[in-house]
Design a protein around this ligand. Structure first.
Ligand SMILES: [Zn+2]
Length: 137
C-alpha cells in the first residue's frame, strides 16, 4: 500500500464525525433535510444548537433559530438586550434608561386618509436616552 493512502488527518476525520453526528441527531429531531444541508456547513455549531434545543425540551425550530442567529451554545450562554448587570436604580428615569423629552401631535398622512385610517387624537411621546444613565449621544 503506497504511503499516501494513510488515514485522513485526525482533524478531518473528527470534522466528518461531527458532521455525521449532527446529521443523525438533526434527522432524528425532525429538522428538514434542506435545512440540515445548510446547517451542515458549520457542523460543530449546528450540533451544539441541536443538543441545546433537545436539552431544553423544545422542538427543532429553536435549534434552527439559534443556528441562524449565529449562536454557539457550546461557547456558553449569549447575553441579549441591555446590560442586565448595569445599575438600574436611576432617579431620573427609574431604570427605564429613556425619558420623555417631548410630545408631538399625530400626523394624518394622505396614505392614512386614503385607507380610511384616522390618526390618534392622543399626543405621541418622544423618547431620548436618559441624560443621567443612558447611552451618550
Ligand atoms: Zn436614568
Amino acid at each position: 500500500m503506497p504511503e499516501y493512502e494513510a488515514a485522513a488527518p485526525p482533524e478531518l476525520s473528527s470534522d466528518a464525525e461531527t458532521e455525521q453526528r449532527f446529521r443523525d441527531r438533526a434527522q432524528a429531531f425532525g429538522i428538514e433535510q434542506r435545512t440540515i444541508e445548510r446547517m451542515a456547513l458549520s457542523p460543530s455549531r449546528a450540533l451544539a444548537c441541536v443538543e441545546e434545543a433537545r436539552r431544553r425540551g423544545t422542538g427543532p425550530g429553536l435549534a434552527v433559530h439559534m443556528f441562524d442567529a449565529g449562536d454557539d451554545p457550546s461557547q456558553g450562554r449569549k447575553v441579549r438586550g441591555p446590560n442586565l448587570y448595569a445599575e438600574s436604580s436611576c432617579m431620573e428615569c427609574g431604570g427605564d434608561r429613556f425619558v420623555v423629552v417631548d410630545t408631538r401631535a399625530p400626523v394624518q398622512s394622505a396614505w392614512m386618509t386614503e385607507h380610511k385610517i384616522t390618526a390618534s387624537a392622543d399626543e405621541i411621546e418622544v423618547y431620548a436616552p436618559c441624560p443621567a444613565c443612558g447611552a451618550e449621544v
